[in-house]
Ligand binder design. Structure first.
Ligand SMILES: [Zn+2]
Length: 359
């Protein structure tokens, strides 16, 4: 993802980016609710793309009345001397620059790409990826551009291995097992909960202080402003840590699946983990951050699996029902679960894996 502070652009460009991208967002929301939109002030290709990339415009959270709709552009790439055909986004690898069109009439906004952005794009292309579309949006003080690559892959013919991934527990992280008849290996990817909680508590404490200042009408003071900046910076650190963890865990598991040509079975019953979060009495904000990270992990995981052509399926792998006889399990101390009917006994975290083994 490309992120640039708006202040790096000229006044005309800043103005156009904010106006046009926010207008596309507003129109996209109307369009998604069934209204016909004919904006005379915008490049009509934005609206064409609403129809063309219907499936890409999923409203993030249907319950929310307004969801952000990104502007969608077609993309092309110049490696050596390919012609610029005037696509919405043109990536020129001979100059390491990106041209963003349709925002200002008659000319492109030019963005210089950083070495790591160029590296990322080249890696995707060298793996046979083709740029499918680019999205752009403005959020606060930044312009974001995300480029989606897709490639046609021969699906990998899976071996007898299955990689079972259970993403249900906050305390225990992501539990995985590589199985082939029996359990080959097992492990867990667990974020540093102490660190997360420390950052979270720090934010809460600062917010409390800020709230007090606000009630006193002193939040615009130098101290108040400094406090606000610290709140934002700490929140960013918290989310960056969670994001980074999800990214690394997904990558590791995808590489494992690729190595063993394992079919991947994912249990992502987010509802169940929500219940567990309630049981553990996590503060609401922390529980939200956690659910966000779960969703993100699953999305990263399935995107990367699809990228490499690794087959995967979602399967309900309950941790409270006996995998042998289907009876409700009872919980003993130390997270041990036992079946009162057939005597089956295992650690709660291993039950989903047993389900995958037996079903
Ligand atoms: Zn049983």
């Amino acid at each position: 993802m490309i992120k640039r502070p708006l202040r790096l652009f000229s006044a005309e460009e800043q103005d156009a980016l904010v106006k046009v991208l926010n207008r596309v967002d507003a129109l996209g929301n109307l369009w998604a609710r069934g209204f016909e939109v004919y904006p005379v002030d915008l490049d009509s290709r934005f609206v064409d793309k609403f129809n063309y990339f219907k499936n890409e415009l999923k409203l993030v959270n249907a319950k929310r009345w307004l969801a952000r709709v990104h502007a969608i552009f077609n993309v092309s790439v110049r490696f050596t001397n390919e012609r610029d055909m005037g696509q919405g986004v043109f990536i020129d690898l001979t100059r390491n620059a990106l041209r963003l069109r349709w925002v200002i009439k008659g000319r492109a906004i030019v963005i210089q790409l950083t070495p790591s952005e160029v590296k990322y794009i080249k890696e995707r292309l060298s793996e046979g990826g083709k740029p499918k579309l680019a999205r752009a949006w403005v959020d606060g003080e930044n312009l974001y551009i995300a480029i989606t690559f897709e490639r046609e892959v021969e699906p990998i013919k899976p071996s007898n291995y299955r990689l079972v991934i259970d993403v249900n527990s906050w305390k225990n992280g992501i539990v995985w097992a590589l199985i082939n008849g029996g359990v080959g290996s097992m492990g867990r990817e667990r974020p540093d909960l102490g660190y997360i909680e420390m950052l979270y508590n720090h934010v809460t404490m600062l917010e409390h202080k800020y709230g007090t200042l606000r009630r006193l009408g002193m939040h615009k003071s130098l101290y108040g402003k400094r406090l606000w900046r610290e709140i934002k910076a700490t929140r960013r650190r918290l989310y960056a840590y969670i994001r980074d963890f999800a990214q690394k865990a997904a990558h590791k598991l995808v590489m494992k699946a690729l190595k063993y040509r394992a079919m991947v079975v994912i249990d992502d019953v987010i509802e169940e983990s929500r219940r567990e979060l309630m049981e553990e009495k996590l503060p609401n904000g922390l529980a939200k951050a956690y659910v966000l990270y779960l969703r993100r992990f699953v999305k990263l995981l399935t995107n990367q699996l699809a990228w490499y052509g690794i087959p995967y399926e979602f399967k309900r792998l309950p941790s409270t029902i006996c995998p042998v006889c289907g009876n409700e399990l009872t919980q003993l101390p130390n997270r041990v679960m036992q079946c009162p009917k057939c005597g089956f006994k295992a650690n709660r975290d291993e039950i989903p894996i047993k389900w995958a083994l037996l079903h």
